[in-house]
Structures are given as structure tokens and as C-alpha cells.
Design a binder for this molecule. Structure first.
Ligand code: TYD
Length: 136
């Protein structure tokens, strides 16, 4: 079975002054970047996400701290630790995602292939399965 976990490695461009990572749409990030947002100050015990997107693709990078993300394509579920500013997780369309265990210092940067559009969200897991053609 093909893994849902697809990492995108960002070459560190740092020197003896410190580290630098460049994120370029269509190059280090495998789509044109239309939107960038970030989650920070996430409270202890909070779980976020709990949705899928019909079209949107995203790359999530934990630039500081760490958190866990689970990905579910309706057939399998995998969980990863995001804890590196030089490694992003590619989240394809029609993948249910949940994030938890945010460290207090976690800054989760997300690069998105489209502008915000609520109609692209599927926020109900049963509906997600139905749109995939699976029974809940
Ligand atoms: P949401 O995507 O539901 O957060 P999460 O899945 O991480 O828990 O977004 C939370 C709120 O912010 C929701 O009301 C939609 C709004 N929002 C925007 O307006 N623009 C955006 O780019 C994002 C990601 C969310």
C-alpha cells in the first residue's frame, strides 16, 4: 500500500551566520503557492483540523517546536511528527487531517495551492467517506 506520508525536503542554505530555508512555488513546493498561513499559540490538549479539502493541496512545515499530524485517505491512517524547519509534509486533496500535541512554542506554517474557500472544506467524516465512494 502506498504511504500517505510524502515529505518535501527543503535544502538548508545557511552558513556560519545561521540557517535559511527558501520555499518556492513550483520548485521546492510542488504547486504554485496562493496562500500562506500559520498556527501558533495553540493551547495544551487542543486538536485542530478534522477536515479534508476537495481540491486544495498544502505543505505543512513546523518552523519551530513540534506537533503531530494524522492523515487519512478513507482507507488508511498514518500519523507523523512534524518537528523540522527543513522538512514539509505534502497533504494532497481528499485527505482527512488532524493535528494535536502542539508544543507551546509550535509555529506550524502552511503553504496552500488556493485561496481560502469554505466550499472546498469537508468537515464531516461521514460525508468525506461518502464523497470518496466509501461507506461510513
Ligand atoms: P480552520 O481551517 O477550520 O482551522 P483548523 O482546521 O486548523 O482547525 O480555520 C479556522 C477559522 O479560520 C475558520 O473560521 C476559517 C478561518 N480561515 C480563514 O479565514 N482563512 C484561512 O486561510 C484559514 C486556514 C482559515
Amino acid at each position: 500500500m502506498v504511504s500517505l506520508v510524502e515529505w518535501v525536503d527543503f535544502p538548508p542554505l545557511g552558513d556560519d551566520r545561521g540557517s535559511l530555508v527558501a520555499l518556492e512555488g513550483g520548485k521546492t513546493v510542488p504547486f504554485a503557492i496562493e496562500r500562506v498561513y500559520y498556527l501558533f499559540g495553540t493551547g495544551r490538549g487542543v486538536s485542530r483540523g478534522h477536515h479534508a479539502h476537495r481540491r486544495l493541496q498544502q505543505v505543512a512545515v513546523c518552523v519551530t517546536g513540534h506537533c503531530r499530524m494524522s492523515l487519512d485517505d478513507g482507507g488508511q491512517r498514518e500519523e507523523v511528527l512534524l518537528n523540522s524547519p527543513t522538512r514539509g509534509l505534502l497533504i494532497r486533496s481528499m485527505v482527512w487531517r488532524e493535528m494535536c500535541d502542539f508544543s507551546p512554542d509550535c509555529v506550524l506554517l502552511v503553504l496552500a495551492s488556493e485561496h481560502y474557500d469554505e466550499s472546498d472544506y469537508i468537515r464531516d467524516y461521514g460525508r468525506f467517506l461518502a464523497e470518496l465512494g466509501r461507506d461510513s
